[in-house]
Ligand binder design. Structure first.
Ligand code: ADP
Ligand code: ASP
Ligand code: MG
Length: 448
């Protein structure tokens, strides 16, 4: 029986008519069952800018952004041979977007729910156009599909939690033809629907996660992530040009890479795939014939150092109080506050009277959260740091590794170290401005 395939194409694979055509041909040649797409390259960033400017700028500053969103889509439409009906649909979406932005501008307020509605236009528009590009390139039956019928989430707008059981039932209900009916479905990444019926999003870069959830929902065999690099590399090729492509990598290593900042995969992409035993492929839509990377449970080669990544915009929050001396339950009190505010901690160290944790920079704007923590002790905040991590195997059982890491870092000051929790990860905190250098030094020492 044919393998069931879900293919996801990111923003750069949707950049213009040529990129869309290339991506459509890949989906057709691969015999994909469902294609999940991101917004046209740059559109989500424009929508984010619109959400801010609509609250604090003049209409004159807002209009050019709306025009840019329109132009990006119309430039693609112009190249499509059959476009009248589609043009009308796209225009209707753009008009709706204008009305929404006008509403935000008049009210000078953009709630989390409104923000998600605004951002959803990116994927809704790109998928509409891409569905037509696919149709132009195949005789096969194709169908545009609104993912909000199946991708049900919590109502935590901006970073909603998928409701896996409901998604699975809805996929059985709505995506039968994609799996068994030889119809190629085209749908949106990133967006979902709350149980009450409001549009939600899964967080920036969330289309990878959407694709994995849909793959799980329909019981797919393979999830393909098509992007602008020919697979997962030993580090971000934008930082180290000679980064090497990895042929195969385990779920655990790839998940650590994603969690610790490698933009190639959204951090939660691999959970559904791992849970449901779906093989994951990462490849380039610009170079589809290249080998790409396979993410699997077992791989032949398990090097000590596989890759390195950085997670930017980190804050080190230190909470100190003499009350911690000889006390128990103190960490419980601290993490209860994090839990109440749904704030996730990336790494942690403790001393006798202090606890230091890393969190995303923007969390420190949450005054209520800081006030609540301050009731437990003195809070100190250091912004603009980066968490640099080395991902590999047997990291916590290898003598001399720490010596090699810190010797190669030259005079970069290391603000905090985390080692021991995972055999796949060693991470440390440095000033943001020095993080690329840290990666270059490490890559030279362990890979190049
Ligand atoms: P898409 O729009 O297709 O989702 P992204 O920009 O989100 O693409 O992710 C692809 C980018 O991830 C690459 O262009 C690359 O700069 C970056 N990246 C970061 N770490 C890695 C890595 N280890 N291997 C490959 N690419 C990486
Ligand atoms: N378009 C969304 C973003 O730019 C989701 C994605 O591309 O994965 O964040
Ligand atoms: Mg991405």
């Amino acid at each position: 029986m044919k393998e069931v395939i879900v293919s996801k194409f990111g923003g750069s694979s949707m950049a213009d008519y040529e990129a869309m055509t290339r991506s459509a041909k890949i989906a057709i040649n691969q015999n994909s069952n469902i294609v999940v797409v991101s917004a046209v390259y740059g559109v989500t960033n424009l929508l984010v800018e619109l959400s801010k400017k609509s609250c604090d700028s003049e209409w004159n500053d807002i209009e050019p952004l709306l025009k840019e969103v329109r132009n990006k889509h119309e430039r693609i439409l112009e190249k499509l041979p059959s476009q009248n009906e589609l043009k009308e649909k796209v225009n209707k979406h753009l008009e709706e977007l204008n009305t929404l932005v006008k509403g935000i501008f008049l009210l000078k307020e953009c709630s989390a729910r409104t923000y998600d509605s605004l951002l959803s236009f990116g994927e809704r528009l790109s998928s509409l156009i891409f569905a037509e590009v696919v149709k132009e390139n195949t005789e096969k039956d194709t169908q545009f599909f609104d993912v909000r019928k199946v991708l049900i989430t919590s109502d935590d707008f901006n970073k909603a939690t998928p409701q896996i059981d409901i998604i699975s039932k809805k996929c059985d209900q709505h995506l039968y033809d994609a799996k068994y009916g030889n119809v190629l479905f085209i749908t949106q990444g990133f967006i979902g629907n709350s149980i009450e019926g409001h549009t939600t999003t899964l967080g920036r870069g969330g289309s990878d996660y959407s694709a994995s959830l849909i793959a799980e929902g329909i019981g797919a065999d393979i999830l393909q992530i098509w992007t602008d690099v020919a697979g997962i590399a030993t580090t971000d090729p934008r930082i180290v040009k000679e980064a090497k492509l990895i042929d195969e990598i385990t779920y655990s290593e790839a998940a650590e890479l994603a969690t610790f900042g490698a933009k190639i995969l959204h951090p939660t992409t691999l959970s559904p795939a791992l849970r449901s035993n779906i093989k994951v492929f990462v490849g380039s839509s610009y170079e589809p014939e290249a080998k790409g990377t396979w993410i699997k449970t077992k791989v032949e080669n398990a090097p000590l150092v596989r890759a390195m990544a950085k997670r930017t915009s980190q804050t080190l929050l230190t909470l100190s109080t003499p009350k911690m001396l000889d006390a128990h339950g103190f960490l419980f009190d601290i993490f209860k506050v994090f839990n109440d505010f749904k704030i996730s901690v990336d790494s942690i160290t403790t001393s006798e009277i202090s606890v230091a944790v890393t969190i995303d920079n923007d969390v420190t704007h949450n005054k209520k959260f800081i006030d609540e923590l301050s009731k437990l002790g003195k809070v100190k905040i250091e912004n603009d740091l980066s968490l640099v991590s080395i991902i590999g195997n047997e990291i916590n059982h290898t003598p001399n590794l720490a010596r090699r890491i810190f010797s190669c870092l030259d005079n970069i000051n290391v603000r905090m170290i985390c080692l021991g929790a995972s055999k796949h990860n060693f991470c440390f905190l440095v000033n943001e401005k020095q993080s690329d250098d840290a990666i270059r030094f490490l890559h030279k020492e362990f890979i190049s």
